[in-house]
Design a protein around this ligand. Structure first.
Ligand code: NAP
Length: 246
């Protein structure tokens, strides 16, 4: 595929976890992929090397999605190196499980800065700079439907992302850009596993009728579906992917 015909995808938070698998999947689908990360530089560059060795086009870009200037610079760099963006996957996110009453101001602000403002920052930039006929996939969480204790601030940060998804899909009228969100249940990544005992992990794994944790590949397949050119009629939706948990 020539550089001019290759469509360009950004995956935020693609150095590890679900985002890294999405980046691999989109590269295999023929996208030139921009791998965004905040601090895991060596993981991001290893992924770039892996994708390039497989014949794909990929770059790594350090940018804190919570910082509007970083996000604008990220779009500048991508346009310069790969071209205008066709697909935006807003995957970067953090989770700290703690009762609402025990949240510090700093933790509240950090969660909303990355999960909510981070998504806002890239959406605002995308509105100005994405090609028409594009695809945007935001990341919510099935915890929005579960309302489990300890998840209040995280859930609130993701519920806002679901609202962005519904409204932004309408605000892009006329551009033929779809805006959807994926809301995974528990997926076996550092974000979910960190700080949980084996027993807690097994309890989560038994919850859905499919009786296992999600794998990053389960979620990457859905993103791949939502960004494919043939899937242009799903718009403004939140797709929960959790093995039937909620
Ligand atoms: P993860 O394994 O912890 O990976 C998170 C990724 O986000 C990393 O690449 C990290 O990069 C990046 N990131 C964090 N803060 C960032 C920032 N300020 N700017 C740019 N990148 C940043 O998490 P994951 O499980 O793959 O989660 C991916 C998404 O799925 C998140 O939005 C999460 O809320 C959602 N989700 C996950 C689960 C689950 O069970 N795993 C369930 C529901 C929803 P650095 O290392 O470079 O900081």
């Amino acid at each position: 595929m020539t550089q001019a015909s290759r469509k360009v995808a950004i995956v935020t938070g693609a150095s590890r976890g679900i985002g890294a698998v999405i980046a691999r999947q989109l590269a295999a689908q023929g996208f030139a992929v921009a791998i965004n990360y905040a601090s895991s530089a060596s993981e991001a560059s290893a992924l770039v090397v892996e994708l390039r060795q497989a014949g794909h086009q990929a770059i790594a870009i350090k940018a804190d999605v919570a910082n509007a200037a970083d996000v604008a610079r990220m779009f500048d760099e991508i346009e310069l190196q790969l071209g205008k963006v066709d697909v935006l996957v807003n995957n970067a996110g953090i989770l700290k499980v703690l009762p609402l009453a025990e949240h510090s101001d700093e933790l509240y602000e950090q969660t909303f800065a990355i999960n909510t403002r981070g998504t806002f920052n890239t959406l605002r930039e995308a509105a100005k700079r994405m090609n028409d006929d594009g695809r945007i996939v935001n990341f919510s969480s099935s915890t929005v439907g579960l309302n489990m204790p300890g998840y209040a601030v995280y859930i609130a940060s993701k519920a806002a992302v679901e609202s962005f998804t519904h409204v932004f899909a309408k605000e892009l009228r006329g551009r033929r850009i779809t805006v959807n969100a994926v809301a995974p249940g528990p997926v076996a990544t550092e974000l979910f596993l960190q700080g949980k005992s084996e027993e807690q992990i097994q309890t989560f794994a038994r919850m859905p009728p499919l009786e296992r944790l999600g794998q990053p590949e389960d979620i990457a397949e859905i993103v791949s579906f939502l960004v494919s050119p043939a899937v242009g009629w799903v718009n403004g939706q939140v797709l929960r992917a959790n093995g039937g948990l909620v």
